[in-house]
Design a protein around this ligand. Sequence first.
Ligand code: CA
Ligand code: CA
Length: 268
Amino acid sequence: MVSCLKQIGYFLILAFLLTLALTGSHVRAASEEFISYPAVNPVKIDGKFTAASEWNDTAQVPLSYGTQGVVGYFASKYDSQFIYFVWDFVADNKVFHGNSTIVYPDQVCLWFDISNDRTDRPGENDYNVCVMNTGSGSTGVQVYLSRGTGSDWSSWSETTEFSSRSLLTASPNSDKPHLVYEFRMPVTFANIKSHMRDYGVGFATEVWDGNTRVNAYLPSNISYDSPRTWATLTFSSIAIPEFFSQPVLVSSLILLLAVVAIYKHRDT
Ligand SMILES: [Ca+2]
Ligand SMILES: [Ca+2]
């Protein structure tokens, strides 16, 4: 009887420590890691939430700017062909195509450190992609690409290897018209595919509103010239858990096992 109670006691202590360890790693990862989930719902790169559910199968990360607080949301998901991104810039309610006094039009930018070697200066495996709302061309957006040289960034050149759109539209996060950007990158770009299953890629992103000069970064305190300060974008192999976070699920299972063990002990 006593030894059996002891066993249950040891089991509960072990279970508690396991929960603590799992919860700890979860919390620690959240501050420096963004997760791209496998796409369950299809994405159409049309610059709007094509269906309300288009982006609800992945994690939406708030973008904050100074005292204004949350100005929008960022999310990513992927399939065997593409990595998809959305920026729901709820605070930007006016399109700005750029002018001579304010150089940059409304835009979103991405930074990738493909091998995640977190160097001090941009190297040859570091890329910067910006989707600029210039109003030009057939789509109204132009995508520019720059690569690290080892000490700095190369000058931007326009590229057509990605798909992107931006519209002034409502979304599940705000019914007032605002800028939504959608973007997709082939997994063949810079052989990013070979790093998706391992530790993920170094990553940062920014939204910029040329009218109000609001620019919000993720992570919030980065230097875009220093990959060392970026976060990591990891690619989950399992779809986003719909109702339970991992620690809640683990705690529930442990509680269930403990109850079963106690009842079993009573019966004997
Ligand atoms: Ca869409
Ligand atoms: Ca704007």
